[in-house]
Design a protein around this ligand. Structure first.
Ligand code: HEC
Length: 131
């Protein structure tokens, strides 16, 4: 008799905990699916990383010094950048700084690439590691 009542059967199913768990799992998978592009898209391809290191040395190095110790622009060594917020550095590179020689790079670099560069700088990787 109990099992024929829709209400009772609903209650007893959820009492086992199986149904809610399945729903939570589905929600988790859905969120994972929705946010996975943010997790996966962040690293440039190996080939592009090589180009970015070349850019750091040749283009950024023209102002910030071949070894990034500073020149016309300030030092980009990790010890000199470590107290500045990452977002601030990313924005500086993407947008440049009005009224200074620092040009915007957003025409050449997307945000993921700039984030990668900032991480590279903060990890003190230097410009000679170009394999
Ligand atoms: C034409 C010269 C020039 C080039 C090329 C250049 N910069 Fe700059 N950059 C500057 C100057 C000048 C400043 C300082 C701006 C100021 O006075 O606030 C600066 C500031 C910065 C800062 C902020 C540093 C801090 O301590 O706040 C970062 C980060 C930076 N540059 C990264 C780069 C990167 C990465 C590249 C290459 C993609 C690059 N710059 C290319 C001139 C240049």
């Amino acid at each position: 008799m109990d099992s024929k009542s829709p209400i009772t059967s609903k209650v007893s199913r959820s009492a086992t905990g199986r149904l809610p768990t399945a729903f939570r799992m589905r929600r988790f998978l859905l969120l994972l699916f929705l946010f996975s592009p943010c997790l996966l898209a962040s690293e440039p391809e190996a080939e592009r990383q090589k180009e970015l290191k070349q850019l750091l040395k040749n283009d950024c190095g023209a102002c910030h010094g071949m070894t990034l110790k500073g020149g016309l622009g300030p030092s980009l060594l990790a010890k000199d950048l470590k107290d500045k917020p990452e977002d601030f550095l990313v924005t500086t590179i993407l947008e440049g700084r009005n009224g200074t020689a620092m040009p915007p790079w957003k025409r050449f670099l997307d945000e993921d690439e700039v984030e990668w560069i900032v991480k590279w700088l903060l990890e003190d990787r230097g410009v000679e590691d170009r394999r």
